[in-house]
Structure formats: C-alpha cells, structure tokens
Design a protein around this ligand. Structure first.
Ligand SMILES: Nc1ncnc2c1ncn2[C@@H]1O[C@H](COP(=O)(O)OP(=O)(O)OP(=O)(O)O)[C@@H](O)[C@H]1O
Ligand SMILES: [Mg+2]
Length: 375
C-alpha cells in the first residue's frame, strides 16, 4: 500500500527537510503539507491522506492528536517529536496516535515505523517478566533464553530479552553474539530514541526473539543509571508482547527497579542441596510488600531431580509458598546447546528440560485466559 502523507510541522526548515525524506522514500507520497495545524484540520481533507505526520512539540499534544483523529478517522497518525518521552506513550496512543518518530528521521526509520505499527500498534499489552535470584548460579540465564524461544514458538509473538545483569551478564555468550550495541548504548541514547529506533539496539537471534545484550565489562555498570534503565524497560514494552529481563543476583537497585516494573517476577534458585529453600523464603519476605504478591512473585526451582509433580509439591510444602515451575537437571543438554548458541528447547524439543520450559511458556501464554475458559 502506498502512503499519502499529510505533514504538519511548525518549523519551516524542518518541514522542508522532512518533505525531502518523504519524496525520496519509496511507498510514500507527499499529498499535502502545512505549518499551521488549523489549516491542516480545515483544508487537508480534500487531499485524502492516509498517513498524518504530526509535529507534537509545539502544541498541547493530547487535544491536538484527538482533533486530528476525529477529523481523519481513516488515517494513521504518527507523532513527530524532538525527544521521546516514554511516560507519555500510552497517552498518545489513547488519544489516537499509532507511534512516534524522532525528528529528523530518514526514510528507513519512517518505513520501520509504519511497519512496526502496522504489526501491532505502539503500546502492545506487554507482559514483562523479570527473573530474580536470591544468589548467583540459579540457572536463570539458561531459563530465560530457552523460555524466550518457547514463547515465540508457541505464541508467534515478538519476544524481547534485556540482559540487565549489569556486571556479569552472559546472555551474549549464551547466544554467541558479538553485539554492536548493548544496554550501555541503549540507556545512554534513550532520551533521543523512539521505540522504532530502540529496536535496532536489540540483536535478532531468530525471527521473533531479540536480545539487548549486557555490558561488555563489569565496570560499565556505572554507565547504566537506574532512571535510564526504567525508561528503557518502559519503551521496550511497546516493542514486544513478552519482555524477559535478566537481573543481577540479590537485592540491588537494578533488580529492585526491574521487579517493580514487572508484570511477574520469577524468583529462581538452583537446587544444590544447600540453603536454597531458606534463601528463597527470605527473598520472598521482601516481595511480600506487594499487595498482590502471590499473583506477581512466582517461584521456580531449577536442576530439580527427580523432576516430578510429587517433588514440586514437596518443595512447595518446605517453602510454604506456591512453586510455579520446576526445571530438571539437564546439564549436558543446556551446556551442549549453549556451546552451539542454540536453545535446548529447539534442538531437542522432547527433552525433559525443553518440555518443562514449554509448560511454563504455556502457562504464561495462557495468562489472561484461565484454563476453564479456553477449553
Ligand atoms: N536445568 C539445569 N540443569 C543442569 N545445569 C544447569 C541447568 N540450568 C543451568 N545449568 C548450568 O548451571 C550453570 C549456571 O546457569 P546459568 O548461567 O543459567 O545461571 P545464572 O543464574 O544465570 O548464573 P549467574 O548468577 O552466573 O548469572 C551453567 O553452567 C548452566 O549450564
Ligand atoms: Mg546469568
């Protein structure tokens, strides 16, 4: 489909510059352009635009979008701003916009933006899943990587992974990636990014799974501020249906702010015959501040042997809290798969680990619809 563009931009030079971009971008034709919004609202209709690029830097944004949406109910509205403000994204969408571009933009960014909202709209209902561990070596990085693949396969939705284990994140190693950009660059640039441009900081590992890799050196932790991380999470929510976040072990500003931003936080621990149950119980105490703790904080044990329903119930009794999933002891499978940059769930879908991860994916995918309705 060809886009007939109406551009509304107060700044004359910017209007000229961006008109040039429209003229040079295949699939887009400039139908009409205005500096003045009331002219655009009054006279633009005869040009029958199906895409409106609307400057939102110079006026009261929400009523402006609403009036364009009302006058042009069949056109898609893309906002243009000099800086992206993640906190306002949902308001823009509620007012009738499909997305936002940062000025100035090039043809590729424009094409990506329309592709993005044609796929799903700006603010998808994103399920943000944070994987927390009371101590290190819980098996959570392994779990996240496999779960992301399982979720994508099961739901055909876009799945994002953020490696926010800021000092020793190893998601990149896991997927054999040497990324050009990481969480350091993404949080550095976040104020000037929109969801469309942010997506390029993620590395695609399959058609539907994208990874934002962690820092390349432990001391880069200082480069990632908590407010920037919070913005990053907020903006990433508009790119994916499921967003999985790996955080550093223990309670620290990073893990706490990610957990606060989550739909669900999974507390993970690997069974080693040591003090995992005690640690888990202590960690849960802290999450009990959440009024909806049982809904939002869920427990997963990994390397469970034997990995049976009976064992799950036993762990549950010991812990005194529901155990959402147990993952079997499958060292060879996970390490072999990781060595190849592939997921166990993909190369051996019938393996017990793959199956238990897939069951968890099924639970997550069915989240909104209780079993009794779906059957
Ligand atoms: N289900 C499992 N069965 C057996 N071994 C596992 C399992 N899951 C992970 N492992 C192994 O345990 C080690 C730690 O796993 P992983 O890196 O996923 O944990 P982590 O919690 O992310 O650790 P870290 O705290 O270092 O980030 C790895 O060597 C991994 O191969
Ligand atoms: Mg890890």
């Amino acid at each position: 489909m060809d886009y007939r563009v109406m551009m509304v931009e107060k700044d004359r030079l910017m209007l000229q510059k961006l008109s040039g971009v429209i003229d040079r971008t295949p699939g887009f034709t400039m139908a009409v352009r205005y500096q003045n919004t009331s002219d655009a609202l009054g006279q633009g209709k005869m040009f029958n635009p199906n895409l409106i690029l609307l400057d939102i830097d110079h006026e009261n944004t929400i009523p402006l979008i609403e009036s364009f949406h009302e006058s042009y109910p069949h056109a898609d509205i893309l906002c243009m701003a000099e800086e992206w403000q993640p906190e306002s994204a949902s308001h823009l969408v509620a007012a009738g916009a499909c997305g936002c571009l940062i000025k100035p933009f090039n043809g590729v960014e424009l094409q990506d933006a329309v592709k993005e909202f044609a796929q799903a709209g700006l603010e998808k209902e994103c399920e943000t899943l944070v994987f927390f561990s009371p101590k290190g070596k819980s098996g959570k990085t392994t779990l996240i990587a496999n779960l992301a693949a399982a979720l994508a396969r099961r739901t055909h939705e876009q799945v994002g992974i953020i490696d926010a284990d800021l000092q020793f994140g190893d998601m990149a190693v896991f997927f054999n990636l040497t990324p050009q950009s990481t969480i350091v660059e993404a949080t550095r640039d976040i104020r000037f990014l929109s969801p469309v441009t942010l997506k390029r900081y993620f590395v695609p590992v399959s058609k539907r799974v994208h990874v934002l890799c962690g820092t390349t050196r432990p001391n880069y932790i200082d480069k990632v501020s908590i407010p920037a991380l919070e913005n990053l999470i907020r903006m990433s929510k508009s790119l994916f249906r499921y967003l999985l976040i790996d955080v550093p072990p223990g309670f620290n500003p990073t893990s706490i702010s990610a957990a606060e931003a989550s739909t669900t936080t999974y507390l993970c621990a690997m069974i080693n015959g040591a003090y995992e149950i005690d640690h888990m119980r202590k960690a849960l105490e802290i999450f009990k501040d959440w009024p909806d703790v049982e809904e939002r904080a869920k427990v997963i044990f990994t390397r469970v042997s034997p990995c049976t329903e009976e064992m799950r119930r036993k762990l549950e009794t010991q812990l005194g809290y529901p155990v959402t999933a147990i993952i079997p002891n499958e060292y060879l499978v996970v390490s072999h798969a990781a060595d190849n940059g592939q997921m166990a769930t993909e190369i051996q879908p019938d393996n017990p680990l793959a199956k238990s991860v897939d069951r968890l994916a099924e639970q997550i995918a069915g989240h909104r619809v209780p079993e009794r309705w779906s059957t």
